[in-house]
Design a protein around this ligand. Sequence first.
Ligand code: LMR
Length: 397
Amino acid sequence: MASSMFSSMEMAAPDAILGLNAAFNNDENPHKINLGVGVYKDETGITPILECVKQAERMLMESENSKSYLGIDGLPEYAKLVRQTLFGRDVDVSPMVTLQTPGGTGALRVAGDFLKSKVGASRIWLSNPTWANHGAVFSAAGLVTDSYRYLGECGKALDFTGMMESIAAIPAGDVICLHACCHNPTGVDPTVEQWSEIAAACATGGVLPLIDFAYQGFANGIREDAAALQPFLSSGNEFMVCSSFSKNFGLYAERVGALTIVSQDSATAAVTLSHAKKAVRTNYSNPPKHGGAIVATVLGSTELTALWESEVAAMRDRINGLRQEFVAAMVSRQCSVDFSFIQDQRGMFSFSGLNPMQVDQLRKEHSIYIVGSGRINVAGLNSSNIQVLCDAILEVL
Ligand code: LMR
């Protein structure tokens, strides 16, 4: 046998979020509960296909006549509709370009490659805490990562003063990764007024904002959540948005996302597109079509868009209802810890305040899976598992 180049490798650590799914699937406890990965589930525990998606797929079945490659930047009509969803129908699109990417994660990686190898940026600042995969994605692109203050020491509210002090200290030419809404993992967002101050501070300090927008519609509404982007747009400064339709279209497995680069003028925008396309071509060549075609079909139809918005509202309302149920269930158990802050958090996640030992105990003794940081996917709760979760939390506190 030839000598092995692989045998000296050690097993890699499981992924902090997706690795939990594998562990959950291997758990033989019939009462196990998966509150790890950020996936919406309905009352019956199913991640449903939205009705607007089903209708769009039927239309595509009839009308699609080719599966030939897309352009490097994806479907042109998709790009236009993404920009309208982010910024409204009347936006001046001339200084912006959009690339269709494989999910929001694909957008983040292309953005990282573009920033490092085309723009010459060297460092990106991440909120503390942030999504468990942000650091790895940007490091893989060759960027150094550092963190800015975000969650206050109470673990329940934004430390806005600390955040602004951190931003003021970021050197010009660095990049800051911001979460537009439904902050992952905390569910704690800045207010509209605070977003204006954040945008102004980035502009003053010469810091480039890269806005991760994976949960549009899950906080207060499709348009309401996009308010976070407006101060960046009105400032006339450069910024980037990595958006995703995994959650708000339920298109997780289709990998549908977008990278939008906003420049100061249209000539610069064209140059940014040419370089971002190089980053795509050397990575996955061009994006998959089906998910983008579904989104473009829905957003290109007034009726299907209205249906989509109502389906997003139903998911959002259900999650907010579950937050209230959870808090009420803890109160009824006369829990010594005040969990009322969970009602104020937004999006799929709640930062429960449970420590890694308690998280471990929930998993080992109750087969309840949540992320090590204490992040609970509220969207995975339902009337049959919520009481079990509350009893188990009471035991590990
Ligand atoms: C999550 O945070 O659970 C989701 O964004 C899924 C993922 O890829 O980690």
